[in-house]
Write a protein that binds this ligand. Structure first.
Ligand code: BGC
Length: 743
């Protein structure tokens, strides 16, 4: 029986392999003959990408009649053209070109297209890979129905500095979590594979180390040791490449003095060399030309030469390739083989998408209409949003609210906000006010006739007027409980949104103080695209929910959490600092020679003399309405050899009053190494549901491969010695065990 199954399996896989090979052979034959027909200008045209004027993030190409250029085959790809009709009409023009090579339409579909999902950083807080994949899947379904072939996502930059506004686009500070999320997002976008009309090309960005911009200032330089690069910043990129991501985008920053766009080391040696990446690399917006500002290229001519030779295959909006590459090739400064390689990589993706067979296959008005109001997508948006909310504090069981509460005061500048819920990198649609509920509406839908809502805005998000405080205090005084909804504006975090001050903006924390002074129980909801600083609130208010920006049905999700219809399960994917001066602060730091022993140990140790030694909230932190208790860790052995497996087991008991989900996290520490090792490194996690009163055993397995790191010579090795192993519900409160790795 087994033999038959094996044979079947073998013949099936060989059949698949055979089909793949024939497809590959067929494709290569087609591409060879197409490339043979192309003039140099047409080849370079495929490496040229322009934006329409729909959603621009930089200076756009104004001159020249772009339609004529499309007709001449001088443009290979567009960004910011969306909608089945618009993409079809441009594609029709491309079909009038000599070789009828279809255009590729790219777009920043970062956390949803029509239906907006939580910010990527918020979604990362769900630690729910299926939910994250689903959100990317739905984004791809909707975007592809609007004629989009290619999304500029996922952004997988490690974010350790909350001043950097773009942390909202990533998965936070941890390379392990970030790698799994990168893979989930790539799988979600690319679906069951190219050729399906609902699968779009993913674009992994920004390659590389963009998240480490000095001072958290966007577009700034990065100076980093190769080991830090390999150990912390590259893993999510590598995971995404291994998951089959179709394209990469390089980054604006220079890395150790070489702009990423001109970096052979990043693009040729690592990505296309070591990782054998077969897709193509697009520059970031204008980043080829920006090498002139960096002082790395004299002019766009030289910039085009440096970028193309370094492995940037497509030029987004610099016009440097289209203007200078023909001459550079004729002068022998860029080899024809470089152009042909870039061209083939680009054409290959067009072929895989099926665009040569049917250039209009994504531009289907009927499908677009169907997906436009798909109710399942809205339901998913609420579900993923609920999973992304993090309960930071809940004293005296202030939450969840009883649906029998007589009077609830809703205070704060975000209570009636609508568009804000969509966050940065999202699209506004005309009917948003009908589709996106405010928190006020969501709460109103939740409560019965016996509950009365009082509302006071209190203040604006950013200005300094306190004139609304009195009404807010008044509403609080008349109520049994107060919900205060504060935060950033949606545009305060995102590209070019670095902030040196990440406190709650304006007078919002003063509003919280004024309302809390009434003595009423206060619940604070904080919306933001990054970790903020709110020390007074953290200390004095009994209940805090971090709600990020949660998307189209975000407010419904918040209402579910407030009233206990969903028990919060999110865990922070980034450490929250106590002050800007503590940044960067991240859990997987090295120990130093003088680690502080206590919270207030300032005695010639590595510490700030004016700040407690811990962050405000540690990585992986998040509470539940119920209580989870962890048993001691059981190890199957106290020592393993390479090839053997260590099993670590804990029992987690829900001894609170609600059913709930817990993210059980496993960390290790390599106690002594040939290079210093982090005090903790996440190596596994499991999100599990445990009903009240129940216990569940959670088991993790580790082998020597999980203990690898990059040594001084950048070899990826494990070293025998002592290890500590930790399991718990966040990176601070952990059970501990020890084991040894033997030779
Ligand atoms: C951003 C990219 C984005 C591109 C296209 C750039 O400014 O850095 O992340 O994909 O614009 O909009």
């Amino acid at each position: 029986m087994k033999r038959v199954a094996l044979l079947l399996c073998f013949s099936f896989s060989s059949a698949v392999l055979f089909a793949q090979v024939t497809n590959e052979v067929k494709m290569n034959r087609f591409l060879d003959s197409l490339i043979r027909l192309m003039t140099l200008e047409e080849k370079i045209g495929q490496m040229n990408q322009y934006s329409s004027d729909f959603a621009v993030t930089g200076p756009i190409t104004k001159d020249g009649d772009k339609q004529t250029q499309v007709r001449k085959g001088m443009i290979g790809s567009y960004l910011n053209v969306t909608g089945a009709e618009r993409t079809r009409s441009l594609q029709e023009i491309a079909m009038q070109s000599r070789l009828k090579i279809p255009l590729l339409f790219g777009q920043d579909v970062i956390h949803g297209y029509r239906t907006i999902f939580p910010l990527p950083l918020a979604e990362a807080a769900s630690w729910d890979l299926e939910a994250i994949e689903l959100s990317a899947r739905i984004a791809a379904i909707e975007a592809s129905a609007a004629g989009i072939h290619w999304t500029f996502a996922p952004m997988v930059d490690i974010g350790r500095d909350p001043r950097w506004g773009r942390v909202m686009e990533g998965a936070g500070e941890d390379p392990y979590l970030g790698s799994l999320i990168a893979k989930a997002r790539v799988n979600g976008f690319q679906g069951k594979g190219f050729g399906n009309t609902d699968a779009v090309l993913a674009c992994v960005k920004h390659f590389a180390a963009y998240g480490a911009a000095v001072g958290g200032r966007d577009y700034n330089s990065v100076d980093m040791s190769p080991r830090m690069l390999y150990e912390t910043y590259l893993p999510p990129f590598k995971a995404a490449a291994e998951a089959g991501a179709a394209t990469f985008m390089n980054s604006f920053n220079d890395l150790n003095g070489i702009p990423a766009t001109g970096s052979r080391f990043l693009q040729r040696d690592i990505l296309k060399g070591q990782w054998k990446f077969k897709g193509f690399v697009v520059s970031d917006w204008g980043s080829v030309g920006e090498m002139v500002n960096h002082g790395y290229a004299k002019d766009n001519y030289e910039a085009a030469m440096l970028a193309a030779n370094a492995g940037s295959d497509m030029d987004m909006e610099s016009r440097a390739y289209v203007q200078h590459l023909p001459r550079l090739v004729r002068e022998g400064k860029v080899k024809m083989s470089v152009v042909d390689d870039a061209l083939r990589r680009i054409l290959r993706k067009k072929y895989e998408l099926g665009l040569f067979a049917d250039p209009y296959k994504f531009s289907n008005v009927q499908r677009e209409k169907e997906q436009w109001n798909n109710p399942q997508h809205l339901a998913a948006s609420k579900e993923v949003a609920a999973k992304s909310i993090v309960l930071l504090k809940n004293e005296q069981q202030t939450l969840p609210l009883s649906k029998q509460t007589k009077k609830i005061a809703l205070v704060g500048p975000l209570v009636k906000a609508i568009k804000e819920h969509l966050g940065f990198w999202s699209y506004d649609w005309d009917d948003d006010s009908a589709r996106v509920p405010s928190l006020y509406q969501s709460i109103q839908n939740k409560i019965g006739n016996n509950t009365q809502l009082l509302y006071a805005k209190g203040c604006e998000l950013t200005d300094s007027s306190r004139s609304g405080f009195a009404a807010a205090v008044d509403a609080a005084n008349q109520s049994d409980v107060v919900v205060i909804y504060v935060g950033e504006t949606r545009n305060m975090s995102g590209e070019a949104k670095s902030r040196s001050n990440i406190h709650l903006p304006g007078v919002q924390e003063e509003l919280i103080k004024a309302v809390a002074a009434t003595g009423k129980p206060v619940i604070v909801l904080i919306a933001a695209g990054r970790p903020l600083v709110f020390n007074w609130t953290a200390e004095h208010v009994p209940a805090i929910l971090y709600t990020w920006w949660l998307g189209t049905k975000g407010a419904d999700a918040i209402a579910d959490v407030l009233f206990g219809d969903y028990n919060p399960s999110g865990k922070l994917p980034m450490t929250f600092p106590r002050s800007e001066g503590q940044i960067p602060v991240y859990y997987n730091h090295y120990n130093t020679g003088r680690p502080a022993k206590t919270e207030t140990d300032f005695n010639y140790v590595s510490a700030y003399t004016d700040l407690r030694n811990s962050p405000q909230y540690p990585f992986g932190f998040g509470l539940s309405y119920t209580k989870f208790q962890y048993s001691d860790i059981q190890l199957n052995k106290l020592a393993i050899k390479p090839g053997e497996t260590l099993t670590a087991t804990v029992t987690v008991t829900n001894n609170g009053n609600y059913d709930g989900e817990e993210v059980v996290q496993l960390y290790i520490r390599d106690v002594t190494g040939s290079v210093v090792r982090p005090v903790k490194e996440l190596k596994g996690f499991k999100k599990i549901k445990i009903n009240k009163g129940e216990s569940k055993q959670v088991q993790f397995t580790l082998t020597a491969n999980d203990l690898r790191f990059y040594n001084e010579r950048l070899q990826y090795i494990y070293e025998p010695g002592e290890f500590r192993l930790f399991i718990g519900g966040n990176s601070r409160d952990l059970q501990e065990a020890k084991f040894e790795l033997k030779k």
